[in-house]
Ligand binder design. Structure first.
Ligand SMILES: [Zn+2]
Ligand SMILES: [Zn+2]
Ligand SMILES: [Zn+2]
Length: 325
């Protein structure tokens, strides 16, 4: 992974963590007539940058890509709903007739079958009556005949007009898009370990101390707003009463005041007393001062592997202190 790796972005890490935890199983494409290809499960984290991110994660080796099909999208706005028209490739006229064509082998005259039918199957050019298919006339297939220039073709230009933005384009000018499904490549253990957490060791350690831990725990605050914590912990004897005794938010970037304030707002609203916030590789001095004032423990570590170790230790320490009280 190079310096520009997409996995350095916080929202991408949150998203990858959900996939590793199984909260999101796979990313299946849905075709929306206005928006083109959408991946509903990825939108909450990746906002309007879903497709480039999924493709980048595939290029970096974290995602398996499986092509499920293809689709044509507007070259201007990306919509997939079009009005489809046929245009004369010779003079660009949109005034065309379509039908089965008859070729009179005797004189070479070629016209739509409907014209021969109007003349009771007497050739309009040489005035001879048609006799038998394959003997004196042939049917070379469906053709488009231009009313302007008389050009006859089996392959008129296919013209698409976008229903959303009105852009006119040929099918070759429109965007050809592969429709792909993406899956996390669980065999890439080393890569995954660098950008996501394995919370299992922490949960095991917590339960060894007689406590219970839940991942991605949601709780409604006094304000009515639902808040989410990476980990929520309870002493086992209280079972799963609503308010956890300890919560942990895992942040995998540098922690600034904004992250501390965000967590503080959540614990005030939910009346949770003990909170931890992680920082990789560090928290700013201002963030540390703020966290100290609000009673939030900051756990700093140089990388995610070291972080899990330090976090386990800090949680253990906090639990033991709470048990003594
Ligand atoms: Zn024409
Ligand atoms: Zn003829
Ligand atoms: Zn368009």
């Amino acid at each position: 992974m190079n310096e520009e790796s997409i996995t350095k972005r916080q929202e991408v890490r949150v998203f990858l963590q959900k996939m590793r935890d199984g909260a999101i199983k796979e990313l299946s494409p849905k075709i929306d007539p206005k928006l083109g290809i959408v991946y509903k499960d990825a939108e909450a984290d990746l906002k309007d940058n879903v497709q480039p991110t999924l493709e980048a994660l595939h290029k970096e080796g974290l995602f398996i890509k499986i092509q499920e099909g293809n689709i044509t999208a507007c070259k201007k706005c990306g919509s997939t709903s079009f009005m489809v028209m046929h245009r004369c490739p010779n003079c660009n006229s949109l005034s065309l007739r379509k039908g089965m064509v008859i070729q009179h082998l005797t004189c070479g005259y070629t016209e739509l079958e409907s014209i021969f039918a109007e003349h009771n199957y007497v050739c309009p050019k040489c005035k001879k009556k048609l006799r038998a298919l394959g003997v004196d006339y042939g049917k070379p297939g469906i053709q488009y005949v231009c009313n302007e220039c008389g050009n006859m073709t089996q392959n008129p230009t296919v013209l698409l007009q976008c229903w959303v933005c009105g852009e006119l384009q040929t099918i070759d000018e429109a965007k050809y898009i592969e429709v792909n499904k993406y899956l996390l490549d669980h065999t890439k253990r080393e890569l995954l370990a660098k950008v996501t957490f394995n919370l299992t060791p922490i949960i095991q350690r917590v339960s060894a101390l007689g406590w219970v831990a839940k991942k991605n725990y949601g709780i409604r605050g006094k304000s009515g707003i639902e808040h989410n914590f990476t980990l929520a912990l309870w002493p086992y004897e209280y079972g799963l009463k609503k308010t956890p005794d300890v919560v942990v938010d895992i942040h995998t970037g540098v922690v600034e005041e904004i992250q501390v304030l965000g967590l503080y707002a959540k614990i005030i609203d939910t009346e949770i007393r003990n909170a931890m916030l992680t920082a990789v590789p560090m928290a700013s001095e201002k963030a540390k001062a703020l966290a100290k004032y609000y009673g939030i423990i900051i756990v700093e570590a140089e990388d995610t592997e070291a972080l899990i170790e330090k976090l386990t230790f800090t949680i253990e320490d906090t639990i033991k202190k709470l048990l003594i009280r």
